[in-house]
Design a protein around this ligand. Structure first.
Ligand SMILES: [Fe+2]
Length: 373
């Protein structure tokens, strides 16, 4: 049976951050915790969020979160939330900050340790503190999703927690905040959005509404990502890339696939999640194409603007190179060469459950070898 859910409310356009006060009032938030990292605070986005709040809303802040979300960062966030008697989160940042706040929201009504909720969404009991997500990258779509990845410690492989209760209640998508993203991050995050749309489309979960969103997102990425990478001030390209990222977040409501299994497998490094996903994508598309079926592959080819289904994987590879992702995972600096350990982890990764084709251990090993390069 098809189960078709809606998504949270989204304010979307240049200047949308000015809606933060309204968003807080809609959710009854009077004492938000603004959460971000030092780099984003340095861009002035924390100031802009503060300025968007009326005087009767008393905001507190934590602006020291790490670049990759860690259990320590989550615990620091919930400690700041409780110490300031807050009643909601405003996550200002990329997927890392938004995921950090999802985990902190889970902790707002549930005890530590966080690890006990992995694979057990039913253990996350509400009511939870509401989240308003303000993405500053165009890629993860975390503003739309109900899960997030957290590292037990810096340099350790991440684990996922998820629950419909942690999905942001409101997303404020302001392309203005993405104008200063450097080219490499624009490429990595933007191609992550492509990966979300492709893996969401490939998922056998029946949801034609979300399939249409995924195909539209794919078309936006292939149309606009090079413009956004080559000229960060291209406002039209930035608008469409942020829209594609949001659509990718919707697409993965159907589930993810093997490219995200690869990113989890290599997540015990500092390599960028989106780069790992998109460098894995050509091998994964080739592996899954027959199982995905002719109809999906033909529609994917059309959205990718290539002649036929057989051209899709090569087109992703070529696009990776055109946006500057020219190296394989090994050349980017991934250290482990323990193929047994890597394939043992990867074959059991939960993302494979929504792949149209589940690899055996030997097949996973072959995919890993190809992706490492
Ligand atoms: Fe991703």
């Amino acid at each position: 049976m098809a189960v078709i859910n809606g998504f949270g409310k989204v304010y979307f356009d240049f200047g949308a951050i000015s809606m933060l006060g309204d968003a807080c009032k809609e959710l009854g938030i009077k004492r938000p915790l603004l959460a971000t990292d030092p780099a984003i605070a340095g861009f002035g986005f924390l100031d802009r969020a503060r300025e968007a709040l009326p005087s009767d809303i008393r905001a507190s802040e934590i602006a020291t979160l790490p670049e990759h979300p860690t259990v320590e960062g989550v615990e620091a966030t919930i400690a700041a939330y409780e110490a300031n008697d807050c009643d909601g989160f405003v996550a200002i940042g990329g997927g890392s900050i938004i995921d950090n706040c999802k985990a902190a929201a889970a902790r707002s009504n549930n005890p530590a340790p966080l690890e006990q909720y992995v694979g057990h969404p039913e253990k996350i009991i509400g009511p939870l503190a509401p989240i308003i997500a303000i993405p500053t990258t165009a890629g993860t779509g975390a503003e739309m999703t109900q899960g997030g990845g957290i590292h037990p410690a810096h340099g350790k492989r991440e684990f996922g927690i998820g629950s419909p209760l942690v999905r942001p209640k409101i997303a404020i998508c302001d392309p203005e905040l993405t104008l200063s993203l450097p080219p490499r991050l624009t490429a990595g995050t933007g191609m992550d959005a492509l990966g979300h749309c492709v893996e969401g489309l490939f998922s056998p979960t029946i949801n034609p509404v979300v399939d249409a969103i995924a195909l539209d997102g794919i078309n936006r990425v292939v149309t606009y990502i090079e413009r956004a990478v080559n000229d960060g001030s291209d406002r039209e390209a930035r608008w469409h890339m942020l829209m594609a990222a949001m659509q990718g977040g919707m697409a993965i409501s159907k589930g993810l696939g093997i490219a995200h299994t690869m990113s989890m497998t290599f997540s015990d490094s500092d390599l960028h999640h989106g780069a790992l996903v998109t460098l894995s994508l050509p091998a994964v598309i080739n592996f899954c194409a027959d199982a995905a079926g002719n109809d999906k592959m033909d529609r994917l080819a059309h959205s990718m603007k290539v002649a036929g289904a057989g051209d899709v994987a090569e087109a992703v590879d070529a696009l990776n190179k055109r946006v500057g992702l020219t190296e394989g995972v090994r050349a980017m600096g991934y250290g482990s060469n323990d193929l047994d350990q890597l394939s043992e982890f990867a074959v059991d990764c939960w993302f494979n459950n929504t792949s149209p084709r589940k690899p055996t251990r030997d097949e996973m090993r072959e995919i890993i070898i190809e992706v490492l390069g």
